[in-house]
Every structure is written in structure tokens, then in C-alpha cells.
Design a protein around this ligand. Structure first.
Ligand SMILES: *[C@@H]1O[C@H](CO)[C@@H](O)[C@H](O)[C@H]1NC(C)=O
Ligand SMILES: *[C@@H]1O[C@H](CO)[C@@H](O)[C@H](O)[C@H]1NC(C)=O
Ligand SMILES: *[C@@H]1O[C@H](CO)[C@@H](O)[C@H](O)[C@H]1NC(C)=O
Length: 249
């Protein structure tokens, strides 16, 4: 496994502000009956994606997430170095995150989302130095990674924590666990080998023939970064609306 360590900065500003009501595009679920609660949560998640994926919602401190913007993502391990900067992650066609299901468990305190998109496209600047498969790589420039039929399982635990300033309880997310499947991934790194075309083409041929191995090897760190991003977006919302106004009592 290469790429196990990672540091991550997302351009998301956490909002410290007075409690807000549920935003107009959400409706409060009133039932605690599991099947009906999950149906209600799924419906709400779909409406939230439709309403704010592209724009975020500033009042709640929620950043846009389609496209998502990640300022810097660095992966380093014994002699392998890869840094992405100014990365955007978007669905194709635009706005095609589909919430397949939401499983909300208030007793065990977790939320489990499954969501998918026909194509996920990551565009970024990169700096790379190290080995992958049989290749010794070095370069910097812009790159594009595409994932076809990206299907994510995203489970996150939560605590309910009292805010001393207003005396109200809020959801604090923790321990996001992600898995994702694709039917294909495609890699294009411009200016590998400082533009030596033959080497560049050979490297891309090998990488794209062995996409599955590369996908599996990079999955853990990619999903860790993606999970942190998604969690920070959700946390901004939960920082704004008290527990009692989000979940049925
Ligand atoms: C990232 O984007 C900012 C703003 O467009 C730019 O100033 C900066 O140089 C970019 N960084 C890299 C490493 O491309
Ligand atoms: C995504 O995966 C789930 C199981 O984790 C499955 O039920 C669902 O059909 C998949 N969706 C797509 C679009 O492949
Ligand atoms: C990915 O595939 C594995 C093996 O088929 C399956 O167990 C897992 O539920 C799938 N995950 C998603 C998110 O579809």
C-alpha cells in the first residue's frame, strides 16, 4: 500500500453563531419509527443536495460541495511524494450526486449515507515524485482523475454535546468511515517527466491498464480526504441548528 499518510486543508470556515432554525429546504422528521425516519432523512438529504450542492448556504457556514474545492492535499511515504493543490471535485453531469439511502440511528448515534454519481472528476495541480507499479515518476503540472460509477458508503458516528454559551445541545460528528466502488478510473497527469512524450505515454498506458490496482492502492487516502471534506460540510450545518430542531425527540 502506498500513500497512507495525508494532511488536508479544506476551505471551509466553521461558523460560530447563534442557533438557527432548520433551513426552508428541510422538513423536520417527526417519527422515530426506523423505516419512516430513514425515508424522511433520505428525502431531506436529497432536497439538501438539490438546493445547495452548487452554492453552499452561507448563513449556515456550509461550503459548496459540487464542485468541492480542496486547497491542498499531500500524501507522503518512504520516498513517495504527491501533492495536489487547488483541487476541484465535481460530478458529471453537473449536479448528479444521487442519495441512494440514509440510515439514521438515534440510539446508536450514527448516520449512514449511500450516494453515487455516474462520473466523478477530480481536477488539480500536482507535484509528484516516486514509484508507482514499475514506474519511477516525477513531474508537476495539472492533472485529471475520473471515476466512473462512483458509489460511496459513508457512515459517521455522532455525539450530542451541550454548548455552554446557549445551553443547547448540538451534534458533533466523529469517526467517518468511507468505502467507495467504481467501475473504472482514468488518470491523466500532464507534464510528467518534464514533457518527455514517449515516457509520458508509456506511464499513462501502464497506469490506465492497471487502473484497478491504482484505485485500490490510493483509495484509503483519497477517501480519508474526501470523508474529512464531507464531514466538515455536515458539521457546519450541525453547528448551526440545535439537536432538538434537527431530530425527532
Ligand atoms: C491556487 O490558486 C490560487 C488562486 O487562483 C493561486 O494564487 C495559487 O498560485 C494556486 N496554487 C497552485 C499551487 O497552483
Ligand atoms: C451502490 O451500492 C449499493 C450497495 O452499497 C447498491 O445498493 C446500489 O445499487 C449501488 N448504486 C449504484 C448506482 O451502483
Ligand atoms: C463495494 O463492493 C464491495 C464488494 O463487492 C461491497 O461489499 C461493498 O458494499 C461495496 N461498497 C459500496 C459503497 O458500494
Amino acid at each position: 500500500m502506498w500513500l497512507p499518510t495525508l494532511s488536508f486543508v479544506a476551505l471551509v470556515t466553521a461558523s460560530a453563531q447563534a442557533a438557527l432554525p432548520l433551513p426552508p429546504f428541510l422538513t423536520k422528521c417527526t417519527t422515530r419509527e426506523p423505516a419512516a425516519l430513514n425515508a424522511c432523512a433520505t428525502e431531506n438529504a436529497r432536497r439538501a443536495v438539490a438546493a445547495i450542492a452548487a452554492t453552499g448556504v452561507r448563513k449556515y457556514g456550509v461550503a459548496p460541495f459540487d464542485p468541492a474545492f480542496i486547497e491542498k492535499l499531500r500524501v507522503e511515504e518512504n520516498g513517495f511524494f504527491l501533492e495536489f493543490s487547488n483541487m476541484t471535485i465535481s460530478t458529471l453531469p453537473r449536479g448528479s450526486w444521487h442519495i441512494e439511502s440514509v440510515d439514521l440511528n438515534l440510539e446508536q448515534r450514527y448516520i449512514h449515507f449511500i450516494y453515487s454519481t455516474p462520473t466523478l472528476v477530480l481536477k488539480s495541480n500536482y507535484r509528484l515524485e516516486g514509484r508507482i507499479l514499475v514506474l519511477s515518476l516525477r513531474g508537476s503540472g495539472d492533472c485529471e482523475v475520473r471515476y466512473d460509477n462512483y458509489n460511496v458508503s459513508n457512515k459517521v458516528q455522532f455525539d450530542v454535546v451541550k454548548n455552554d454559551q446557549d445551553g443547547l445541545e448540538y451534534v458533533k460528528l466523529q469517526n467517518p468511515q468511507l468505502d467507495a466502488n467504481v467501475t473504472k478510473s482514468t488518470y491523466k497527469f500532464n507534464n510528467l517527466f518534464q514533457g518527455q512524450d514517449t515516457l509520458n505515454k508509456a506511464a499513462h498506458d501502464i497506469a490506465n491498464q492497471n487502473w484497478k490496482e491504482i484505485y485500490e492502492d490510493t483509495k484509503e487516502s483519497t477517501l480519508e480526504a474526501f470523508g474529512q471534506f464531507v464531514t466538515s460540510v455536515l458539521q457546519s450545518f450541525f453547528n448551526s441548528v440545535p439537536y432538538k430542531d434537527v431530530f425527532p425527540q
